[in-house]
Design a protein around this ligand. Structure first.
Ligand SMILES: [Cu+2]
Length: 88
């Protein structure tokens, strides 16, 4: 039942817009506090579905709805949180 509902929701999301994934370079990431700050900043951007941070590689892999946001908005969000980024 729960699984069926989740499937319906994911179909609805897919129809709402095109899902895109972008990897951002974040050279300012030093520790897990930085990671949490950037993750929160990215997740607060409307249209972002998931932000997976990698402290070792200093990257963020962001899944988003391309009808609601774009890579420029993601870069702006990390910069406003104090962490300039660029698309890898
Ligand atoms: Cu830190």
């Amino acid at each position: 039942m729960r699984l069926a509902l989740a499937t319906c929701l994911s179909v609805g999301t897919a129809l709402a817009g095109e899902q895109r994934v972008v990897m951002l370079d974040l050279q300012g990431l030093q520790c897990y506090a930085c990671v949490q700050t950037v993750k929160k900043a990215l997740q607060s951007v409307p249209g972002v579905q998931e932000a997976v941070m990698d402290l070792d590689k200093k990257t963020a892999t962001v899944k988003f709805d391309s009808s609601k946001t774009d890579a420029q908005a993601l870069i702006k969000a990390t910069a406003q949180a104090g962490f300039p980024s660029k698309v890898r």
